[in-house]
Design a binder for this molecule. Sequence first.
Ligand SMILES: [Zn+2]
Length: 75
Amino acid sequence: MRLKPKEVTCECGHTSVIDRDTDWCTKCCNRIFYTEKGRRYGKINTFYMYVVAGGVICFLTYVFVELILTPTLKF
Ligand SMILES: [Zn+2]
């Protein structure tokens, strides 16, 4: 979704012009957001991604233990 180009100042102080909800700072490569709401949403989104990634890792560990280690230990 294209938005009206707007100047956004990054946490590092570098100002970038963005026309999307979110973009990367060209100086420090941090994420920058069009609005404050977008910034908060981005943080929740990042947290959610970590939770999902953690869940997947736990699940894979469980599957690994159940399917590979448990039969192996029986011998
Ligand atoms: Zn920056």
